[in-house]
Write a protein that binds this ligand. Structure first.
Ligand SMILES: Cc1cc2nc3c(=O)[nH]c(=O)nc-3n(C[C@H](O)[C@H](O)[C@H](O)COP(=O)(O)OP(=O)(O)OC[C@H]3O[C@@H](n4cnc5c(N)ncnc54)[C@H](O)[C@@H]3O)c2cc1C
Length: 396
């Protein structure tokens, strides 16, 4: 090993030198998203969070479209055709601002657009994807129901054929972007198994009341979808992706973005804790000079950068077409769980200030409570891995 003086300097922001794995194009995309978030989101996010709103969501969506962040890793139809690693870097930077922003982008790109791109007809793709990539059309993805979350196979929303039409009835719950969406991808039981439907939200019988009183993801629109005999033409059904395979493959794509995103929330909290520990003095010394604080900082840095490295590894596998759903579960389980721990530990370093919205830490921590649950709870990912490790299915 060369003498330390001959080595590149230690970078506290990148202690493992992970940036060496990134191309100049990767770095340019990351920097563009980071500076957009610093300019457009960070100055306002605490206020939006306190108000429980994401004002200007349509404008923000268009700006995210101009950045190429919507349907970022999809090919054609106005999408950026970026690599999985580049998409992941964008998710990390957006979630470093707020999980609500990353949720908007994940649902739009990895759920609604991905479903149409992967399972839709050419006509559906032409009709919806360019406007969605530009952020002019906002989409949502309705899988969860009031009585069926982790077990979507038991969903009750159903569609039946009537003449040449489909008639769709049921309720979906906790749907991100629901009340602002112009298009909803809705999954329903049919005589042919579970099928996906592309539903224009101005269709008669469709409504999307917003869910209020959330204490997590407050700067994100979450809604119920009510489908009261919504009549749709034959062309509204996604021709491919029959059965649970359809929605599950969309979820796998979105979960991959979360593997990266969660590390963004963790990074923001960790940076807050480091900065605070260097200026806050107790017992006549900066608290960062106490061994117990340094142990917390060191342990957080280890988990943060291990998590980023893991996200990177999964991204490279996805780019090589070798990423398995079990590996996505591995990443989501680890990174969201560790991100919450980093936020909680950061909060302790900030003491009472840690609970204030003047710092991002508590906002990230409460956001991550949703992230821990959506796109498969901790327990669901443990069961996925448990089954893969033992060959024994413990879901029921
Ligand atoms: C802010 C937010 C946004 C969301 N956005 C969307 C969206 O855009 N689209 C969408 O379709 N959904 C969305 N969801 C819903 C989310 O995906 C579900 O909440 C999630 O799948 C869990 O379902 P549930 O809440 O019904 O919990 P449940 O499935 O009722 O689970 C409750 C608890 O029981 C555990 N559990 C269940 N089954 C088992 C088992 N077999 N073994 C052990 N433990 C078990 C779970 O792990 C969990 O801890 C969102 C949720 C939130 C909070």
């Amino acid at each position: 090993m060369p003498a330390p003086s001959k080595l590149p300097p230690f970078d506290p922001a990148d202690p493992l030198g992970i940036d060496d794995l990134l191309s100049p194009e990767d770095l340019a995309i990351r920097d563009a998203v980071r500076s957009w978030a610093a300019d457009r989101v960070l100055p306002h996010i605490a206020e939006w969070y306190e108000r429980g709103e994401l004002p200007g969501i349509r404008e923000l969506a268009k700006e995210l479209g101009s950045l190429g962040a919507l349907g970022m890793s999809l090919e054609g139809y106005g999408c950026a055709g970026a690599s999985a690693v580049q998409y992941g870097l964008a998710c990390l930077e957006l979630e470093a601002a707020d999980s609500g922003l990353r949720s908007l982008v994940s649902v739009q790109g990895s759920l609604a657009m991905y479903a149409i791109h992967r399972f839709g007809s050419e006509e559906q793709k032409q009709r919806w994807l360019p406007g969605m990539a530009a952020g002019e059309i906002i989409g949502c993805f309705g899988l969860t129901e009031p009585d069926h979350g982790s077990d979507p196979a038991s969903m009750r929303t159903h569609a039946k054929r009537e003449g040449g039409d489909w008639v769709l009835s049921g309720r979906k719950m906790w749907i991100t972007n629901g009340s602002v969406a112009q298009v909803a991808v809705v999954w329903a039981q049919t005589d042919e198994g579970i099928r996906g439907f592309v539903v224009p939200t101005d269709a008669p019988g469709f409504s999307a009341p917003e869910i209020k009183h959330k204490w997590s993801l407050r700067a994100s629109v979450t809604s119920e979808l009510v489908l009261d005999e919504v009549r749709l033409p034959e062309e509204a059904v996604l021709p491919e992706g029959t059965g649970l395979r359809g929605p599950l493959s969309c979820l796998s794509h979105a979960r991959y973005g979360i593997v990266w995103g969660a590390m963004g929330a963790a990074r923001s909290s960790f940076e807050s804790a480091v900065a605070y520990s260097k200026t806050r003095e107790q017992f006549d010394r900066p608290i960062g000079g106490f061994q117990l604080t340094q142990a917390k900082l060191a342990d957080m840095a280890v988990e943060l950068h291990k998590g980023i490295l893991l996200a990177h590894h999964l991204g490279r596998r996805m780019d090589a077409g070798r990423l398995r759903p079990e590996q996505v579960s591995f990443g989501k389980l680890n990174n969201v769980r560790e991100a919450i721990e980093i936020c909680r530990t950061s909060r302790t370093i900030l003491g009472a200030n840690g609970i204030s919205l003047e710092y991002p830490v508590m906002r990230h921590a409460t956001n991550l409570e949703s992230v821990l649950t959506y796109e498969g709870t901790v327990e669901m990912h443990q069961l996925v891995l448990g089954k893969a490790l033992t060959g024994l299915d413990a879901f029921r």
